[in-house]
Write a protein that binds this ligand. Structure first.
Ligand SMILES: [Fe+2]
Length: 285
């Protein structure tokens, strides 16, 4: 009898993780304070790890919810697509987001590589080689720029938010060896607000104390599967389990680490780790 109950429980948990929680999209809002002055609070939308693939009605409905709001800034921290078919779906959804000062993106490992089932085990962890199948990253970039999203690959753009100069430093994917942090921070200016977009928070290993005011990252998926008491098994960060998701502080920077909105198509489950979009209300001193 206990074995039968255990089996039923396992089936229910699998069903929940595979069919239900994947679509329990949340908008999680946080107030954060930087140690510099800003002329007025900024409302920033942080999206990550959407893994666009084939059309997804529930994800499209969630983007309609986001479309009802206006943001000062939107940022997208990589793993935008899972496969080439996702480019059209990405454009159709991301074009709904309205911003005053712009929408900026960096790429993640899945924007460069099309991970097949075997790649999850052979090419998914630090130190392993890269998958063979490529995603059409340049076509993705052109499609995003066609709808006004600025793709930052180891470069910086500056915006003026109500008179406050904000530098948006966009690091290319650190998880596949494409990041050049010194090239990216070449125009760093301590008198301005310095924002860093990076697919993985591990980029902070190469950043100095107080170099960055506010950063955005993803990649971890919050662990994607979490067990009661134990938490996540895989964190996909070497910095530490405390940095797997949420609002954290690192080297003087306020960091938003998103659980992301999607999943690799060969790992279609989430447990105790629902998909999220993050909205930050950013205050100055
Ligand atoms: Fe991802």
């Amino acid at each position: 009898m206990p074995l039968l109950l255990l089996f039923i429980l396992a089936v229910l948990v699998f069903f929940w993780a595979h069919k239900v929680e994947l679509h329990q999209f949340q908008i999680n809002r946080h107030d954060v304070t930087l140690r510099k002055k800003i002329s007025r609070p900024l409302k920033i939308l942080h999206l990550s790890d959407i893994h666009f693939a084939l059309p997804n009605v529930m994800l499209s409905r969630f983007f309609n919810r986001l479309a009802a709001e206006e943001f000062d800034l939107a940022v997208l921290t990589g793993d935008i697509i899972d496969c080439e078919e996702g480019i059209h779906n990405a454009v159709e959804n991301l074009r709904k987001i309205k911003t005053r000062y712009g929408f900026f993106a960096v790429f993640g490992n899945h924007d460069y590589y099309d991970y097949r089932l075997k790649d999850i085990f052979l090419h998914n962890f630090p130190g392993q080689s890269k998958p063979e199948a490529l995603n059409p990253t340049d076509i993705l970039q052109a499609a995003l720029e066609g709808i006004g999203i600025r793709v930052l690959r180891n470069r910086t753009e500056e915006i003026l938010a109500e008179g406050t100069p904000v530098l948006i430093h966009g690091l290319d994917d650190p998880t596949t060896g494409r990041a050049s942090i010194r090239e990216t921070l070449a125009s760093y200016d301590p008198a301005k607000i310095n924002l860093l977009l990076t697919h993985s928070i591990d980029a902070f290993l190469d950043i100095s104390e107080h170099e960055i005011d506010l950063s955005f990252s993803g990649h971890s998926h919050g662990g994607q599967v979490r067990f009661p008491v134990i938490g996540p098994i895989f964190t996909h960060t070497t910095i530490g389990r405390a940095y797997v998701d949420g609002i954290v502080t690192l080297k003087g920077a306020v960091c938003s680490v998103s659980r992301g909105l999607g999943y690799g198509r060969n790992l279609a489950f989430r447990l105790l780790c629902p998909p999220e979009a993050v909205v930050l209300n950013v205050f100055g001193v």
